[in-house]
Write a protein that binds this ligand. Structure first.
Ligand code: CDP
Length: 211
């Protein structure tokens, strides 16, 4: 039976790591939908455009290609911040919807993570999880990730970035970051990656058994 799993939540909540591990566990394909918005912002800037230019952003979204998502330059807080600027445009979101829905339509199913997967992209997903963690825990995680890569960053800057992005993502009128009414909730503030995976697998098992 097709198994579509939607994982939504704010930056550094742990949703990406969880989505990757869940996909590996079930042998499903995984799409990190944030990469699409990051790539749109990258392409607008590469074309000499302005992130606030809806026409340029929508055009970049319409011609996005899967292989261009495999770009290490898309990681990092600057790309995430730029992504959240183009992500507010309904025209950009509409242009990326077909790509995401086609990905989710694979026969076995798929795991998608983002902000609006359970609400807009895959409202019929069998399992929806909304993953959260405190602002401080999320900033600390990002801080350690950067440190691990030998990059100098300030914890305060990362915390400010996370809060600014949360406000933008929750406050926009087009597909704001929101838990679906039927989403399961997981707070990872006090959980390490293994504990979070265990907890989410229990939630998924209960939901799948109940369906
Ligand atoms: O990895 P992180 O949570 O920091 O960010 P991301 O998932 O790569 O998303 C980057 C930005 O893209 C977010 O801040 C959102 O503005 C936007 N996004 C979105 O609007 N809808 C999605 N389904 C995924 C990302």
């Amino acid at each position: 039976m097709t198994l579509i799993i939607a994982i939504d939540g704010p930056a550094a909540s742990g949703k990406g790591t969880l989505a990757r591990r869940i996909a590996a566990h079930f042998g499903l394909a995984w799409l990190d939908t944030g990469l699409l918005y990051r790539a749109v912002a990258r392409d607008v800037l590469a074309n000499g455009g302005d992130l606030d230019d809806v026409i340029a952003a929508a055009e970049a979204a319409r011609v996005i290609e899967a292989q261009s998502l495999d770009d290490p330059g898309l990681r990092g807080p600057k790309a995430g911040d730029a992504a959240s600027i183009v992500a507010k445009f309904p025209e950009v979101r509409a242009a990326l919807l077909d790509y995401q829905r086609a990905f989710a339509a694979q026969e076995a199913g798929a795991v998608l993570d983002g902000r609006d997967i359970g609400t807009v992209v895959c409202p019929n997903a069998r399992v929806k999880v909304f993953v959260t963690a405190s602002d401080e825990a999320r900033a600390q995680r990002r801080f350690l990730e950067h440190l691990g890569r030998g990059e100098a960053v300030s914890y305060d800057d990362l915390l400010a970035d996370i809060r600014r992005r949360d406000a933008r993502d929750s406050g926009r009128s087009a597909a704001p970051m929101l838990a679906a009414a039927d989403a399961l909730h997981l707070d990872t503030t006090h959980l390490d990656a293994d504990q979070a995976f265990e907890a989410i697998m229990q939630l998924i098992a209960a939901r799948v058994a109940g369906n």
